[in-house]
Design a protein around this ligand. Structure first.
Ligand code: HEC
Length: 217
């Protein structure tokens, strides 16, 4: 091994350049991003807004995010709105603006996703704000799309039980004669995991401007 020093230098250069390229350059570009109250007004001047954005999701929604991870929703759903010109996300009304790095800084685990079998979910909480709809959809996705959805059922997040006394106020409502309804005398109620998951879906919003990404109506 007469070229050992050369080999060593080569390894060092390879490691140093990949560290610089992957870790250091990202850190220099993005490491200083913080939550901000700043937005841009119509003429492009920076003004102080009200709350800090991006906001942190808390409590039940945070638990729901864990359920989202466990059930692998991210294999079929993304959480990123592409810029106009890089896809039709804005035209599809999946978001009023594209997402930028700062949108993700409060999240410990970022669920950008890699492929879209289903729609992007970045703005689910704005587009689909009805809790009951989400429960109906998760219980059986076909029930909200005239039997057409290819999304798997998550009926195991719901309990089908005999009605004792008055029906639960949380019970899913089915149209009379619906093929998805439980037998007479039974009701379908969400478990805590289902409630947390829906809380998380409702918390997904992109309704604030950032200095680098203003919402232009
Ligand atoms: C196998 C792929 C797949 C998986 C896994 C999946 N989905 Fe879906 N999802 C879809 C498809 C396809 C649609 C569109 C049809 C529909 O509305 O059911 C959809 C639609 C949705 C919608 C409605 C979005 C809109 O804009 O209309 C929500 C909300 C949603 N999924 C949430 C979830 C959650 C939460 C999970 C995990 C528990 C999940 N999905 C898992 C494929 C999937």
């Amino acid at each position: 091994m007469k070229n050992l020093p050369l080999l060593f230098c080569g390894i060092l250069i390879a490691l140093a350049s990949s560290f610089t390229g992957l870790v250091l350059s990202s850190y220099i570009q993005l490491g200083s991003l913080t939550q901000t109250t700043e937005t841009l007004d119509e003429s492009g001047n920076s003004v102080e807004g009200d709350p800090l954005f991006p906001a942190k999701v808390s409590g039940l929604a945070q638990q729901g995010k864990q359920v989202y991870v466990e059930l692998g929703c991210a294999y079929c759903h993304t959480q990123q709105v592409r810029r106009a010109g890089y896809g039709s996300d804005v035209e599809r009304e999946w978001g009023k603006r594209a997402t930028v790095s700062r949108d993700y800084i409060t999240q410990e685990r970022v669920l950008i996703g890699t492929q879209r079998i289903g729609p992007d979910l970045t703005t689910t909480g704005e587009r689909l704000a009805d809790k009951a709809w989400h429960h109906q959809h998760l219980y059986n996705p076909k029930s909200t799309s005239e039997g057409k959805s290819t999304m798997p059922q998550y009926a195991f997040l719901y309990e089908t039980r005999e009605i004792e006394g008055a029906p639960s106020t949380k019970a899913l409502q089915f149209d009379s004669g619906s093929e998805y309804a439980p037998e007479a005398g039974y009701e379908v109620v969400p478990t805590l995991r289902a409630e947390a998951l829906v809380e998380y879906l409702l918390s997904l919003k992109l309704n604030y401007s950032l200095p680098e990404a203003p919402i232009s109506e």
